[in-house]
Design a binder for this molecule. Structure first.
Ligand SMILES: NC(=O)c1ccc[n+]([C@@H]2O[C@H](COP(=O)([O-])OP(=O)(O)OC[C@H]3O[C@@H](n4cnc5c(N)ncnc54)[C@H](OP(=O)(O)O)[C@@H]3O)[C@@H](O)[C@H]2O)c1
Length: 325
């Protein structure tokens, strides 16, 4: 090992041990994380096995929300646990920050004193109204050259990259109404897109290493194990395939970047009232959909908790528990 590599590893190991100590203190305070590692398996309908345990959140979304209310679960129902002070002075890049959860993330980051960069196809009046945000437009996450050009405009490495941009084709896909072009588009945006952004950013030295974090906003829709509960009659092929592929990409990225001191985590942002879920407006209140401002705080809380010890997990930001693959 060269002297500089050895020095870098030593630095990383030292930094990791500090983070581990801090994390262990946090773990002692929250039983939630301490139970994430135990795994039990039970058998469910159609021969599928859904891993269960206290560290796993519930597949049945209406039942999950009803239980949260019955238990008066403040982690689920409030943002009392949230403390955004860790974001002050952090450099954070958000993709798709012009609307929806992405815009809410940017607004919260600005409020907390972060140094924010947004990459997207276009801006919006709300995004333009925020002061001190670098907005890089013309960046389509399916177009490598446009991502390269956007990355070149990022002046300094970021502490946190949030791959938020995503797409959910509006009509229901069934065996008689599959849209193959749309399926490939969703896979390109939701699964390959975050890899394009992450790899081009990392290779250009624009993600701090060691110490950087990459949050992949995927979806509970990407959990294969949960399809028997959430899609008992199938459907939504392209979207759910795209998020499943995004989870796989994230796990592989977590494996590859761990030795370089960069954490990667897959985050389901919860059910948020945005343009994407407008088609589900009728079930928003029954299934616990929240305003994107609350969803953003849930996401940023989980970003705060990201550490080497919990690298590569798939977390439900609604309650901080794991979702099975
Ligand atoms: N809302 C929920 O309940 C929910 C649940 C689970 C997961 N998610 C995930 O959370 C993320 C944000 O969702 P949302 O509800 O905020 O969705 P949204 O309101 O539809 O916003 C989607 C964002 O992604 C951007 N985007 C789409 N295609 C892009 C492309 N090719 N290149 C660059 N940017 C692109 C959009 O930019 P344009 O304005 O240019 O289209 C927009 O900024 C997505 O990854 C979504 O899958 C959301």
């Amino acid at each position: 090992m060269s002297a500089s590599l050895a020095a870098r590893s030593a630095n990383f190991l030292a930094a990791r041990s500090v983070r581990t100590v801090v994390r262990k203190q946090a773990v002692a305070k929250t039983a939630v994380y301490s139970t994430r590692r135990t795994l039990t398996v039970s058998t469910r309908a159609m021969g599928a096995k859904i891993p269960e345990g206290d560290h796993f959140t519930m597949a049945d979304q209406p039942a999950r929300f009803a239980k949260g209310k019955a238990d008066n679960n403040s982690r689920m129902l409030t943002t009392d646990y949230y403390d955004g002070t860790f974001l002050k002075g952090q450099r954070v890049l958000v993709t798709g920050g012009n609307r929806g959860i992405g815009l809410a993330l940017v607004e919260e980051l600005v409020d907390c004193g972060a140094d924010v960069v947004v990459m997207g196809r276009g801006s919006s009046d709300e995004l333009d109204a925020l002061e001190g945000v670098q907005v890089i437009t013309g960046c389509d996450v399916t177009d490598t050259k446009s991502v390269e050009a956007a990355v070149a405009k990022v002046t300094e490495p970021v502490d946190i990259l949030i791959n938020n941009a995503g797409y959910f084709y509006e009509p229901l896909e069934t065996i008689t109404s599959m849209n193959f072009d749309e399926e490939l588009k969703m896979i390109d945006i939701c699964a390959v897109g975050p890899l394009r952004v992450s790899s081009l950013m990392f290779n250009a030295g624009k993600i701090k290493a060691p110490g950087g974090k990459i949050a992949m906003i995927t979806s509970q829709g990407g959990s294969v194990a949960w399809r028997v509960v959430q899609n008992p009659t199938g459907h939504d092929y392209g979207h759910h395939m795209s998020k499943s592929a995004a989870n796989m990409g994230g796990v592989l990225l977590a494996q590859e970047l761990a030795p370089k001191g960069v954490c990667v985590q897959m985050l389901h942002p919860g059910f948020n009232k945005t343009g994407m879920t407008k088609k589900y407006e009728k079930i928003w209140e029954v299934e616990g959909a929240v305003d994107a401002s609350m969803g953003a705080k849930r996401v940023l809380h989980e970003v705060k908790l990201m550490s080497p010890e919990y690298n590569g997990l798939f977390i439900n930001c609604e309650d901080g528990l794991q979702i099975p693959w």
